[in-house]
Design a protein around this ligand. Sequence first.
Ligand SMILES: *Cc1c(COP(=O)(O)O)cnc(C)c1O
Length: 394
Amino acid sequence: MTTQELIKSESEHIMQTYGRFPVALERGSGAKLYSPEGREYIDFTAGIGVNSMGYANEKWVAAVTEQAGKLAHTSNLFYTEPCIRLAETLTARTGLSRVFFCNSGAEANEGMIKLARKYSYDKYGRGRATIITLHNSFHGRTITTLKATGQAHFHDYFFPFTEGFRYAMANSMESLHAAYSRNVCAVMLEPIQGEGGVCMIDPDYVRELREFCDERDLLLMFDEVQTGIGRTGKLFAYEHFGVTPDAVSFAKGIGGGLPIGGFICPEKTAEVLGKGQHGTTFGGNPVACAGACAVLEQLDDALLAEVTEKGNYMRSVISGWNLDCVSDVRGTGLMTGVQLRSAEPGAVAAKCVENGLLMLTAGSDVLRMLPPLVITRDELDQGLEILKSTLEAI
Ligand SMILES: *Cc1c(COP(=O)(O)O)cnc(C)c1O
């Protein structure tokens, strides 16, 4: 089907919940994508942080196809090797104890929320179930994770939402103290707020937050659905803060393109969820996990160092343009936000796409870039060149 045929059929047969760019994508290689008509795009989106190893990554394709040919799914009634190997790798590389696998970011966070409430129930009984999250956060689209999301417009239409969430301002201990009550059992935050606008969290604040949680036996939980799996130059972004989480979620980048999520716990919380207390049919799916193992194998110290280096390069190049329309350039590793002073980010992203560069937005005034972690310097330069001429033309 041609792009125009796809756009027409989509508009007739799929629920119109997405504002799509008028572009169809058929195949990719590295950090480049191609439309059915063969138009080439440089990709600064990685499928919203998913395609960490780029497109048609050989080791990933081999791992996934081999596993699909052997066993695509059983259920969690039986043991399969890929999810066990993946859990071994994740625990070895984080120093944490146990993993739970599910299928998406929202589900991973939902699982952590259940974990926090069960931890508190086991120790203190009923009534201590409130979770503090941050204003401007994003935690997912289920009824519970929408409520956990600290942005008012996500709290429309779908009442009644899950009870038991309070919100604090990022980087403010004062606001945290104000949100706290004796009903609180946990604090959940993103190490960098992704959807909210690539908003940075202050390391000192996180260290104080860790102490605050320890003093009150609250779980400190990181939503690393976007920041995890090498995106910021560390396997998990919490490592930048020098704290240990009581739970950390992951999803997007780990699957290399297949749907998988989960959360990892240290010893303290590793046995809170027992038999029959949490589960999902597809969790630990062998094909998704075989792909994830191939992602982690390639995400070694050398690639993590490259992510840091490429991210710093990207931000220094953009800052060096000294453009009037740009008010801030920020981020860590290959997670970059370019805050715009005057222009509307949706319109600028659309222009970038027209010019051959796939681009994300975040918050109300930010262009967000999450290129594949394996993007080459050449691909990066081509993308930056398109971004520059697009920004200069507004
Ligand atoms: C994308 C995202 C989610 C939701 O993940 P889904 O896989 O879409 O459910 C949750 N938290 C953060 C930080 C995200 O970026």
